[in-house]
Each structure stands twice: as C-alpha cells, then as structure tokens.
Design a protein around this ligand. Structure first.
Ligand SMILES: O=P(O)(O)OC[C@@H](O)[C@@H](O)c1c[nH]c2ccccc12
Length: 268
C-alpha cells in the first residue's frame, strides 16, 4: 500500500464517523453556507499578484514535523501581505496535523481564495468544505476513478466551489479532463518515493488545455524555478515547505516574492 492508499483508507473511516456525528443538514446551517466564494482561478491570474498559492502545512508524511509553532492567523495574513495570490490550508489531521479550524481561521482573517487541501472522496467533504469557508477544493486524480472525479467536481461547482484537479502524469491528465474543472495542477512529488522534480511539470504543461489555469505543485524552493516554470506556461505555483520550514513562514514568503519581483525587473 502506498501512502495515498493508506490515507484514502483512513478517509473512508473518517467520513463515515463524521457523517453520523454531524450530518450534512447540520453543516448547511453554517453562515458560510450561503456566502459567495472568491475565485481561485481569477486570483491566480491577477496581474498584481505573484501567482503563488501559499500553503499552511504543519507536517507531512514525507517530512514529519515541518513547523510545530506557526500560528494560522499571523502566517496567512503575512502570506497575503507578502503578495501571495491565494491560500492553501491542510485540513487533514492524521497525516498533516491540520484541521477544519485552521481553514476557518484563515478564512476569517483574509479576503482571498482559500483552497481546502485534503483527500476528497465523498460529497460529504465538499459540503463540509463549503461550511468551513473554503472557496476551492482539491481532487486528486490518483485517488479517484475518472467518473467519480467528474461527479465530485460537478457537485462542488453546484455550491460555487472551484475545483483544482491534481495529476502526476499524462494518463491521469488525459483520463480526467472535464468541463467542471477550473485549475489543473501538476504535482512534482512522486507519491511512492516522495521525491520531487520540476521536470514532471515541464513534461505536462503543454498537454493541459489553455481553458484551465495551470499550476505547478510541490518542491519549489527557489525564485529561479518560478521564472523557469512561468516561461514554460505555468500561471500558478503551490508552495508549502519552503515557507513553513522557516520559524517565520510569512517572512520567508516575503523574501521569496521580493526576489521574484527583482528578477522580473532584471529580465524586463
Ligand atoms: O511543501 P511543498 O513541497 O511546497 O508542496 C506543497 C503542496 O504541493 C503539497 O503539500 C501537496 C500537493 N498535493 C497535495 C495533496 C495532499 C496534501 C498535500 C499536497
């Protein structure tokens, strides 16, 4: 069993437990339920922003604890002040040390798109995403059958949530493109070895139709890589660890984004 299969098995249990404790009817009472969402697609492509989706991630299966002390409020506000286009918040507890409260806190203190980073396998988690204040959800092609991925994407759109589909290779991309997706992300991390390589993104970018916003995810550790990925056609960049491993992630993000701005000027 690879890590993804392990996580999915755990999610199936979690969803069943939660559904009996807090049925959808209850989640629908959340004040966020009626509210409008902020478009991730639009914010990634805004000219006045960096294209960076800055992630709040305390730990991961590949790295263990990345940052045990960072506060969601200070970190996410700082990310946005630094020039991030959007936020990504891990809500998985078991493997990533996140929570729904983390996402709601990010929501409460920021006016920007907030992506719910979790392993979605059921409609229940989409209702939950809306109820905690998310604007967009992640669907992982490696975790779902194409028919199921499309159903979940359509369901998310019916609540006004945008959909980021994540792929690792050409087959996943080609089997899953559908009209309900907004953003397509290439994950540079190999889920079996945990190794990351930007080449994964470069090999797939031209195969993603232009109607989708294209982002590169994981293992981005220097501003030069962003310049390189932009030149290949990527519009967005999902960054977690490079920021979170700093004792002040928001400061690391500010320094990183400043360097991109400087290089942009030099390149002209
Ligand atoms: O911390 P990194 O290497 O910058 O990666 C961020 C993000 O891409 C990564 O956290 C991620 C990509 N896809 C996921 C799916 C689930 C959980 C986490 C992820």
């Amino acid at each position: 069993m690879d890590i993804l299969q392990k996580i999915i098995a755990q999610k199936e249990k979690e969803v069943a437990d939660k559904q009996s404790l807090y049925p959808e009817k209850l989640l629908e009472k959340s004040t966020y339920f009626e509210g409008r969402t902020i478009s991730l697609k639009r914010y990634i492509t805004r000219e006045d922003k960096s294209g960076i989706i800055a992630e709040f991630k305390r730990q991961s299966p590949s790295k263990g604890v990345i940052n045990a002390h960072a506060k969601v409020e200070r970190t996410t506000i700082g990310y946005m002040q630094a020039g991030a286009s959007a936020l990504s918040v891990l809500t998985d507890k078991e493997f990533f040390g996140g929570s729904n409260e983390d996402l709601s806190t990010a929501r409460k203190f920021n006016f920007c798109p907030v992506l719910r980073k979790d392993f979605i396998i059921d409609e229940y988690q989409i209702v939950e995403a809306k109820s905690i204040g998310a604007d967009a959800i992640l669907l992982i092609a490696a975790a779902l059958e194409p028919k199921r991925l499309k159903e979940l994407a359509a369901f998310a759109k019916s609540f006004g949530l945008e959909v980021l589909m994540e792929v690792h290779n050409e087959a996943e991309l080609e089997n899953n493109l559908n009209e309900h997706l907004d953003v397509v992300g290439v994950n540079n991390r190999n889920l079996k070895t945990f190794e990351t390589t930007i080449e994964t993104s470069k090999a797939l970018v031209d195969k993603i139709p232009n109607e989708f916003v294209k982002i590169s995810e994981s293992g981005i550790s220097d501003p030069e890589t962003i310049i390189d990925l932009k030149a290949c056609g990527f519009q967005g960049f999902l960054i977690g660890e490079t920021f979170m491993k700093s004792s002040r992630p928001e400061r690391a993000a500010a320094e990183f984004i400043e360097k991109i701005e400087k290089q942009k000027l030099e390149i002209g």
